[in-house]
Every structure is written in C-alpha cells, then in structure tokens.
Design a protein around this ligand. Structure first.
Ligand SMILES: [Zn+2]
Ligand SMILES: [Zn+2]
Length: 350
C-alpha cells in the first residue's frame, strides 16, 4: 500500500492541540482521497477538546475539498472534482437500510455506517480519505467554503424535518449557533408563518445573522426567561432546540397545545437528565423528538439549499484561519461568544 505525506491537527482534552506530520494511505477499493480545502469548527469539536478526547486524536468533520485520487470501483468521481463530505453515510445494504418490504427503509437509522478519516487523517489536515458514499459533488460555481457547510446544514434540515414544520406553523428556534441559524432559514423555506430565535444577548453576531436569515423576532433569554416570554397571538407550534438539555424544560412549558419539540444538543454527563410534568405533557398533547443526523442523509438537499440561498454561507461563516493556527482558533471558538458564528479552516489548494 502506498502513502502520501500529510499534516494533521491532533487534539487531547483538555484543550491541547498538536500538528503532526503524518501519512495517509492512498485510496483502496471504493475510496477517494480528498485534498482538504476547508473544514469548519463544530460544537462537537469543542466538546471533544474539553473532555472526550482522552487520547490524542485527529479531528474535524465538516469538510470540503478536491478529489486527488480514486480507488478501484469508484465511478461517481474523477480526479479534480470538488466535493463536500458528510461525516458518515448509511451502508445501504442492511435490514434497516433496505427499502420495505425487504427491510425497514430507514437508512437514517443504519448502524453499519461508513465514515471517512483514518489513522492520521481527518478534516483539520491537508488530506483525508474515505468511502465515496460520504461525498457529494458540488453544483457548478459553488465555492469550497460554502460547500463546507453541507454537513452542518444537513443537521439543521434533520431538525426541521424531525419537527415536521408545515406552512402556517409558528416556530421558535432556541440557540443561535450555526445549527440554529440554519434551522431558521430551513423553517422559513418550509413555510413557517413566523420564526422566533432565542439566545443570549451577548451572542451579538449570531442574533443579528438570525434576522438576516429570516427570523421575525429575537428573544434575549438572559433578559427575559423563556417561560416568562410573551409570544403574542399563539405560542410556538414547533420548537427547535439547539441548546443543552436543561433548555428542554422551558421549551416544553412554552409550547402551544399539540406542540412538537425537536431537539439536538448533548450534555455529556449529569446535565442530560431533565424533569417533565407528564400529566401536563399528556393533556397538552405535546411531542418531544430527538434529531440526530448521523448517518447523514441530507447532503444532497443541503448542498441544493446552499446553492439557492447564498445568504446562508455569507451569514454563517464569520472567521477563517489556517491549519497552523488551529490551537488559537479553537480557543477563540470557545471564548469569543460575541463575534464567532462559524470558524473555518481554509487551506491553500495546490
Ligand atoms: Zn458538526
Ligand atoms: Zn445500513
């Protein structure tokens, strides 16, 4: 097997970073090798830096780049193609993936997923390799920076679909991070009559971007708690939570009768427990649904949306940095709540 020189960022908790000269294997059967053009910092990267990376590991999963080599059996891509990567893809063959009546027809629940990244290669690096199923081709004219949002916007799409946002719905998005901002735009596109965005007043840039992406009203939850907020003519029918689990208790209290609360957000620890009044939940006919876009099944729709709404990438990407600056960028992503929306590593492409 032949190898290519690589340079990759490694993380170990808490908040230790290292750049290493590594090697990446040339693609084997069904794989592609991608020269990374851009990779976004995600909340998950902050979590693993804070606590879950017990050992040194490469990281970064919101990737776009150029195909530099294709393995045997790959017909979807050629050398030179621009691609966005989804962090994992359904296998397409198991009982869960296969369409009914032979299977369950739910590739989004597949547990035999395919994912890119191997020893010595992940998104914060020069090269990454993985199965072609994780990659999606870019539409003509799309920049590699915009394409890099394919994975996170796929997560926003999953959240809106999980809540089944319909035309006429009043939708509240809690948490103005990139996933929440994406959810504002996706909910509007799904026909929501009114979209509110709730977050801290200190998240200045994120809240402003919410308005630019179509939010009708902002709610500063550090000034007025959600359960004391006046939502006007009707409480929210659909609530999209992209915030820690502790937020769910208030979300349940403020939902309209028949409301659906869809949720993405992880506490990693004791904060994951919540208390609900089950009687009230029953009588108000509420639903609480988990959204988890892994394996990814929305890349095609996501990239389409990014092509149709150039505002999405303009509003979400706030900072760019080079691979060599990964440590400083991670610390800024953790600490600078005022100006950071999405920070993105950008590599010069050879
Ligand atoms: Zn992510
Ligand atoms: Zn499967």
């Amino acid at each position: 097997m032949s190898y290519l020189k690589n340079r990759t960022a490694y993380v170990k908790s808490a908040w230790q970073f290292e750049l290493r000269d590594s090697e990446v294997a040339m693609p084997s059967h069904g794989e592609i090798l991608v020269e990374v053009a851009a990779c976004g910092i995600c909340g998950t990267d902050l979590h693993i830096s804070d606590r879950t990376a017990k050992d040194w590991q490469p990281f970064g999963h919101e990737v776009s780049g150029i195909v530099r080599s294709v393995g045997i059996g790959v017909t979807r891509f050629q050398v030179g193609d621009g691609v966005a990567l989804d962090s994992s893809a359904p296998c397409g063959k198991c009982d869960i993936c296969l369409p009914t009546p032979h299977g369950r027809g739910r590739p989004d629940l597949c547990s035999s997923t395919l994912s890119f990244g191997k020893i010595g290669s992940m998104g914060f690096g020069k090269f990454v390799s993985g199965p072609h199923e994780c990659a999606v081709a870019l539409p003509d004219g799309m920049s590699l920076e915009t394409a890099c949002l394919t994975e996170p916007i796929g997560v926003s799409i999953d959240l809106v679909e999980t809540a089944k946002v319909n035309p006429g719905d009043r939708v509240l998005v809690i948490g103005p991070g990139p996933l929440g901002l994406g959810a504002v735009a996706v909910a509007k596109r799904a026909g929501a009559e009114w979209v509110g965005l709730a977050g801290r007043s200190s998240s200045t840039a994120r809240m402003h971007a919410g308005i630019e992406l179509g939010a009708d009203q902002l709610f500063e939850i550090d000034k007025v708690p959600l359960n004391a907020t006046d939502f006007g003519i009707r409480r929210p029918d659909k609530i999209l939570v992209t915030a820690p689990p502790s937020t769910l208790e208030a979300a349940i209290q403020i939902a309209a009768r028949g409301g659906v609360i869809a949720y993405i957000g992880i506490a990693f620890g004791p904060g994951s427990g919540i208390q609900i009044d089950a009687d009230d939940f029953h009588f108000r006919k509420l639903s609480l649904r988990g959204s988890h876009a892994s394996p990814g099944t929305h890349a095609q729709e996501s990239i389409q949306l990014l092509a149709e709404l150039p505002k999405l990438s303009e509003q979400i990407i706030s900072h760019r940095f080079e691979l060599e600056d990964i440590a400083n960028a991670m610390i800024q992503a953790r600490d600078d709540r005022r100006t950071v929306k999405k920070m993105m590593m950008v590599n010069p492409i050879s």
